[in-house]
Design a protein around this ligand. Structure first.
Ligand code: MOS
Length: 733
């Protein structure tokens, strides 16, 4: 289905099922432990053996020798596969930067170098300690602050679109900044961060002749199927991935990781199915992380607060052929200003692979930009909400003929200020006390793009009237099952209980997948298209005129005749299959989502410990398909923002080149006690230029801007401006 196709009356607009707060249809299975995650799929293949991955013990160098004889002789061991069994690295999959297996070169710490297969997990783990590896260690670059001054300019394809010129210039930034009556010029740093999702990377692999099946945990089924075909040199039609339930991905499971590759290789050698769940202490250095950034923001404004000059430069590091963290991307679009300059620098380093994590680009980028806006507001003696209001734009500031499809940022700001009680904030910092606590309020804008992409689905009306939806779309804990069921129910005029949704199987039509907050809008739009096809087929079979046929209350009605929907399936099941194709809609309109975040914190005046007291997000993200699920997404994202502002940090050992806090004890994330009160308001303005669903992404938006709102609240509480995230208590001193 082409986007432009006039749908006539859009059945979704009825909002009988879509748009209603709806509990998860997969909730009972999740809460009773009957939704199987990859590692728990004990019945999909008989005689499963356990694989255990051994990671490299050096950050850079070459493996000289591996002695596996003791490991092979250990109790229960079925097979040992080592990277030296392959003369060269296996090909890279989509977006992989470091090779996942093969060859003697070590590109980063904990890169997989062997898999031990045994009858039990414990036997495999024990045997892995008996592998003796000799390395020729090579020097590496591990310190971003040291590498940054010489880092070359980088284009950014991830998030920015490939072919982005290295420096984006509009007008004359340097000239305008030099004469600006009010200006700030600050540098902010954000650390490396880890996805830290609850379910580890996990795969069960089984071969049947040339055919490989992987029961795995993966956000993007079609991408990963073609990646695995390339990495393993297997024809795509001989690979099947199945990933119906995912215990969190956060970007770490967008691309194929070592668990899938090692399980496939080990199953081949062991000649039986092999299951691998990557052990927690291996995950952080073996897989990907969000790269650290050093960001310089320069803002020049007139006395009335209007920005005349904006510059944002970000430096991050990555392995050779890696990409920068696209921390400047929102700065190109968020605020009006005639003179602008944005660019990124990329230092070649030897730490583990940097890649997409939780709103890549905007999440750390807004931690800098929105703190800079707070500093500018103070310099202007202006309210930070008003500063953002006067700099709003309805057009892409770099392409003035290109309007935003919908942009209600000012309404986010005004609504949030009113609901949060912003007028009670004392603009002078450090003056509000509550016993030993210093209390402050802060706010920030939120921005994240709304990506439109192809997505297909199939829906079948079966005998008895049941509807089954099939697509390779994934539910990473986001509520995809539920919004797809709502879409099918709305389109076919039935209740939610008449719909079954089956996801995550590569044999199903290829969907948008889950990433970049593009899943909800595109995958439901794909199902919308499939439902239109099924409605046509049903009308035709019943001899009804398709354009006059109404689907409602379990009945099909046209020309005064009305029959139960189930009757249409009497002559056998009917299938509708189609996809959403946004063609060039995102070229005609800039597609983005907006938020305003408000936070109140208390900082212990003796210890510097920060406690968040209240958080509010007001979100403008098109039609909200399921306010209950969307709220869960946004409060989860706000919690990630609290982590980013206050505690999450990968600590780099710059001598040996690894993240030393590589488990959930050392890598701190917020717990319930850190998040006492959260509120979310959705403006719920449908966007008819986004898709027939008129929805947009909202999950990552909830994270974008939160970190700066917390930082700004801490400044308001204490009068101490910490520009180096996370804002831990030692930095107040
Ligand atoms: Mo998201 S970091 O695109 O899964």
């Amino acid at each position: 289905m082409k986007f432009d196709t006039p749908a006539g009356q859009n059945p979704i607009d009825q909002l009988k099922v879509v748009g209603r707060p709806t509990s998860r249809v997969d909730g009972p299975r999740k809460t009773t432990g009957t939704a199987p995650y990859a590692y728990e799929r004990h019945n999909v293949a008989p005689n499963q053996a356990y694989g255990y991955i051994l990671g490299a013990g050096v950050a850079k160098g070459r493996i000289v020798r591996m002695d596996i004889s003791e490991a092979k002789a250990a109790p229960g061991v079925v097979a040992v596969v080592t990277t030296l069994d392959f003369p060269a690295p296996l090909p890279l999959g989509l977006a992989n930067i470091a090779h996942l297996f093969g060859g003697a070169e070590v590109a980063h710490y904990h890169q997989a170098i062997a898999v031990v297969v045994a009858e039990t997990f414990e036997q495999a783990r024990a045997a892995s300690t008996l592998i003796h590896t000799e390395y020729a260690r090579a020097p590496g670059k591990f310190d971003l602050a040291k590498e940054a001054p010489d880092a070359p300019l980088a284009g950014g394809s991830r998030g920015g679109g490939s072919g982005t010129p290295p420096i984006d210039r509009i007008g004359d930034f340097a000239g305008a900044f030099a004469v600006a009556p009010v200006k700030i010029d600050r540098t902010y740093t954000t650390p490396g961060e880890s996805h830290a999702m609850m379910e580890p990377f996990a795969t069960i692999a089984a071969w049947e002749g040339d055919k490989l099946t992987l029961w795995t945990s993966n956000q993007m089924i079609a991408w990963s199927k073609s990646s695995l075909a390339k990495i393993l040199s297997v024809r795509p039609e001989n690979i099947r991935l199945d990933s119906p339930f995912i215990g969190g991905g956060f970007g770490g499971k967008l691309f194929v990781r070592a668990d899938a590759v090692c399980a496939a290789l080990a199953a081949k050698t062991a000649r039986r199915p092999v299951k691998i769940a990557m052990q927690r202490p291996l995950m952080i250095n073996n897989a990907t992380h969000r790269p650290a950034t050093i960001q310089r923001v320069q803002l020049g404004a007139n006395q009335d607060g209007r920005l005349t000059a904006i510059a944002h430069a970000s430096t991050s590091g990555n392995l050779p052929d890696g990409e920068p963290e696209t921390a400047v991307s929102q700065t190109k679009l968020f605020y009006a200003a005639p003179n602008r300059e944005t660019y990124m620098k990329l230092a070649r380093m030897d730490l583990p692979e940097g890649n997409a994590m939780r709103a890549p680009g905007e999440a750390p980028g807004l931690m800098a930009l929105e703190m800079a806006m707070d500093e500018l507001a103070e310099a202007l003696n202006m309210d930070p909400v008003e500063l953002r209001v006067v700099n709003d734009t309805q057009f892409d500031p770099e392409k003035p003929n290109r309007p935003f499809s919908e942009r209600h940022f000012v309404e986010c700001l005004r609504t949030g200020a009113e609901k949060f009680g912003w007028s009670r904030r004392n603009p002078k910092p450090g003056l509000v006390r509550d016993g030993k606590w210093l209390v402050g309020m802060g706010m920030a804008g939120g921005f994240r793009n709304n990506i439109l992409t192809k997505s297909a689905a199939r829906i079948r009306l079966e005998k008895g009237g049941r509807l089954t939806v099939e697509t390779d779309m994934t539910d990473i804990g986001t509520g995809t099952y539920t919004i797809l069921a709502q879409t099918a129910a709305e389109m076919m005029g039935v209740g939610l209980d008449a719909v079954t949704v089956v996801l995550g199987d590569s044999d199903f039509p290829a969907s948008a997948g889950s990433g970049g907050q593009w899943g909800a809008n595109n995958s439901t739009a794909g199902l919308y298209a499939a439902c239109l096809k099924l409605r046509e087929a049903i009308a035709q079979r019943l001899g009804f005129n398709p354009t006059d046929t109404i689907f409602s209350d379990g009945k099909v009605t046209a020309g005064g005749h009305s029959v139960p929907l189930a009757d249409a399936a009497r002559g056998g099941a009917l299938v509708g299959e189609d996809g959403f194709d946004p063609t060039d809609m995102s070229k005609r309109w800039q597609q983005s989502t907006f938020a305003a975040h408000f936070v109140e914190v208390a900082v212990d005046s003796y210890t510097g410990e920060t406690r968040i007291r209240r958080m509010l997000a007001v979100c403008d993200a098109g039609r909200i398909l399921n306010p209950k699920a969307a709220r869960s997404q946004v409060i989860g994202a706000m919690t990630m923002g609290a982590g980013a502002a206050l505690m999450e940090e990968l600590a780099v050992d710059t001598r040996f080149g690894l993240f030393i806090n590589h488990d959930l004890a050392g890598y701190e994330v917020p717990v319930h006690a850190d998040i006492p009160h959260q509120d979310v308001i959705f403006l719920d303005h449908p966007d008819d230029k986004s898709s027939p669903m008129k929805a947009k992404g909202v999950g990552e938006l909830g994270l974008c801007g939160v970190g700066a709102a917390i930082a700004n609240a801490i400044y308001n509480a204490t009068g101490v401006r910490v520009r180096d995230y996370p804002i831990t208590l030692d930095k107040h001193l």
